[in-house]
Design a protein around this ligand. Structure first.
Ligand SMILES: NC(=O)c1ccc[n+]([C@@H]2O[C@H](COP(=O)([O-])OP(=O)(O)OC[C@H]3O[C@@H](n4cnc5c(N)ncnc54)[C@H](O)[C@@H]3O)[C@@H](O)[C@H]2O)c1
Length: 246
């Protein structure tokens, strides 16, 4: 077994399926003990398959997130890595910022933006106790394109990545983000009509195909790993050349 994450404990939120599941499986394959944290009970089967631990978690609920961190420590002895991947995505309402139901908007931001902060708040004392750790937040190229409150939440995730990198850097905890382009998951297919995806690939992407969860795994594990020891506060596009930033 490749031992990059041997003796490491990683929590992946939203790992019951899609991209989070791919991250959880890849971390386990490289030796990590993995906590699959999700509101969706499908995470149970993923965790069983990788000899990890499923913890039913609502990332927007401080008590639930504290319980997630405690469960990780009780079962595996500590926490080294966190991937903040959970989000309302495949089932999200499509609406405008100026008309979306206010309660829905608050709930959406609580999960898609504040959830990452709550998880970081809950795990950082445990990382500090181990001498440091690393966090990867799941952003999106939506942060730089018009995409309503979904994109706004990802702008927040980017800001959080930069601010937290400074607050936690003195504890030897690094915080980075991945901004994926369109990734072919069940959730993406549910929310983006097929003809729109084809148009995005044709008109916007340098590499003329959608990504797969496996296209993201290499960057996620690199950013979590010790090889990225001097990389923090960065938002790294893994997007087939969809967005160029200067
Ligand atoms: N698929 C894409 O095209 C794409 C592109 C860029 C970024 N992303 C981001 O990648 C991540 C995963 O996307 P995906 O396509 O795999 O979708 P997905 O719906 O399969 O993954 C999201 C997971 O989060 C979980 N979740 C939702 N609310 C939760 C909560 N309150 N607490 C805990 N878990 C919760 C869901 O149950 C689900 O398992 C999301 O953050 C999404 O915004 C996706």
């Amino acid at each position: 077994m490749n031992g990059r994450f041997e003796d490491r404990v990683a929590i992946v939120t939203g790992a019951a399926g899609g991209i989070g599941e791919a991250y959880a499986r890849a971390l386990a394959a490289e030796g990590a003990s993995v906590v699959v944290a999700d509101v969706d009970g499908r995470g149970e089967a993923v965790a069983a398959d990788i000899k990890g631990l499923f913890v039913r978690t609502d990332v927007s609920d401080p008590a639930s997130v504290e319980a997630m961190a405690s469960a990780a420590v009780d079962r595996f002895g500590g926490i080294d890595h966190l991937v903040n991947n959970a989000a309302i995505f495949g089932t999200m309402k499509l609406d405008f910022l100026f008309t979306v139901d206010w309660d829905y908007y608050k709930r959406f931001m609580a999960v898609n933006m504040d959830g990452a902060l709550l998880c970081a708040r809950a795990v950082h004392p445990h990382m500090r106790a181990r001498g440091g750790g690393s966090i990867v937040n799941q952003s999106s190229t939506a942060a730089w394109q018009y995409s309503g409150f979904y994109g706004l939440a990802k702008v927040g995730v980017n800001g959080l990545t930069q601010q937290l990198a400074h607050e936690l850097g003195g504890m030897n905890i690094r915080v980075n983000a991945i901004a994926p382009g369109p990734i072919d998951t069940e959730a993406n297919r549910a929310v983006v009509p097929g003809d729109m995806s084809q148009k995005i690939v044709r008109d916007r992407m340098a590499v003329k195909r959608m990504g797969t969860p496996d296209d993201l795994v290499g960057m996620c594990l690199f950013l979590l790993s010790d090889a990225a020891g001097w990389v923090t506060g960065q938002i790294v596009n893994v997007d087939g050349g969809e967005v160029f930033r200067s």
